[in-house]
Design a protein around this ligand. Structure first.
Ligand code: 5RP
Length: 225
């Protein structure tokens, strides 16, 4: 394996073996998931019957270009498997997600899925969440500075910007990256963050991953719940 991209591609390909023969597939967001959607598009082109539920406008555009049929955004859906990436994975298979700002839709889609499979390269593993990544938090634009002041009780919130312009999610909201350092109790942190008015969703995914496929130079390791 020569690069992180190779590892991402390998993890994405390994997820194909976990798919049912046909059915509804949740399509995650991010550079690793892009490889998975490409591979799913190949299966659809070869005659397999999959329908997707995209977790972002980027994944929707990619899937549409590849000819993968998609279900509507309203739900409800009965999703056999969602395949998604992650920014950080701890020993208990809890996750930080939202590097691409799609964590709200990603969590909704995962919640409607019978299984959630996470595909990562080996650099995403850590003992404790927060060792490597801040927690992305989608917030309403209304009173976002007040929301950030409440978030500051739990870490250092940084408004996500690109070229000095606040990043907007697909829903038109803002993102604060909450720098907390290693998180002793991710479930408890998730709970208190949800108590702050203005918080739409956090990037803490607790107990959501059924299987994590980790690709590195040693091959693909399966870590199941
Ligand atoms: C997007 C996500 C992504 O799955 C996460 O950021 C991982 O991305 P990548 O595969 O590009 O490293 O949560 O909101």
């Amino acid at each position: 394996m020569t690069s992180i991209d190779d590892a991402k591609r390998t993890a994405a390909r390994a997820a194909l073996a976990e798919l049912p023969e046909a059915g509804v597939i949740g399509l995650g967001t991010g550079s690793t998931t892009r490889f998975f959607i490409d591979a799913l598009g190949e299966l659809v082109a070869s005659g397999r019957h999959y329908t997707g539920v995209p977790t972002s406008e980027a994944s929707r555009a990619q899937a549409t270009a590849l000819g993968i049929p998609l279900l509507g955004d309203e739900g409800p859906w009965d999703i056999a498997v969602t395949v998604d990436g992650a920014d950080e994975v701890d020993d208990a298979l809890n996750l930080i997600k939202g590097g691409g700002g799609a964590q709200t839709r990603e969590k909704i889609v995962s919640y409607s899925s019978r299984r959630t499979i996470i595909i990562v390269d080996g650099t995403k593993l850590s003992k404790q969440l927060g060792e490597k990544w801040a927690v992305p938090i989608e917030v309403l634009a209304f009173a976002h500075r007040a929301t950030a002041a409440h978030l500051a009780k739990h870490g250092t919130p940084k408004l996500r910007e690109k070229a000095s312009v606040p990043v907007r999610t697909d829903a038109g909201n803002l993102i604060y990256d909450l720098h907390c350092g290693p998180i002793a109790d991710p479930r408890a942190l998730d709970r208190v963050l949800h108590e702050v008015p203005g918080v739409v969703e956090t990037g803490l995914f607790i107990g959501r991953a059924d299987l994590v496929l980790v690709a590195s130079e040693d091959g693909v390791k399966r870590r199941a719940r």
